[in-house]
Design a binder for this molecule. Sequence first.
Ligand SMILES: C[S@@+](CC[C@H](N)C(=O)[O-])C[C@H]1O[C@@H](n2cnc3c(N)ncnc32)[C@H](O)[C@@H]1O
Length: 207
Amino acid sequence: MSTVYGDQRLIFPATQRNRIPIGDELAEQLPSTGLILEIASGSGEHGVTFQKRFPKLTWQCSDPDPDHCRSIGSWIRHEQLMPKMPAALQLDVRDSDWLEQLKMPAQAVVAINLLHISAWECTVALLRQSAQLLQAGGKLCVYGPFCVDGQHVSESNRSFDTSLQERNPAWGVRDQSTVLQEAADAGFTLGNIRLMPANNRMITWIR
Ligand SMILES: C[S@@+](CC[C@H](N)C(=O)[O-])C[C@H]1O[C@@H](n2cnc3c(N)ncnc32)[C@H](O)[C@@H]1O
């Protein structure tokens, strides 16, 4: 993560590489109009990219980190996306008041690279709170690395997992089956699992 612009915009280099394939998959999954709540927006680079790519949607970024929220605001100003794109919500996925913070229902929830860089309780909260927020037919799209049946799908994912757990023992690449079961328990139907570049996946559920 770095900032080079002399303002509060942060740069997350991976977003340069993955914004197009993620956007291509979102183009297939998201409705053409409505409000999309992005959880864990990070720098905001994905948010402004997708707001510009899907102009009929309203892209609502959120993140618990105040520096990230300031970065999102700087990116929105830089891309001149006000007033279409709302200010970021300072929202932790474990907060129990998503709807009150959002003030209106969302048609979809998107979370990119959150599950492995947060405690398991955040995955549970994402699934349960999204199920409460979304109405029937609403989508939840989750992107990141996953294990399959307890096995890493690549050596790079294995070493990434080790490095995550060294940084924080509560972090780590999640097992797809465990997440699918938790999602089903929360009330979601699996839409599809798309294999993405660099051994990532996009899993889409339907409420
Ligand atoms: C690896 S970054 C991913 C950011 C962005 N989605 C991307 O792909 O560039 C993980 C993000 O998760 C956020 N995060 C961590 N714990 C969270 C929580 N409990 N609720 C919501 N977001 C959280 C962090 O603040 C950070 O912005």
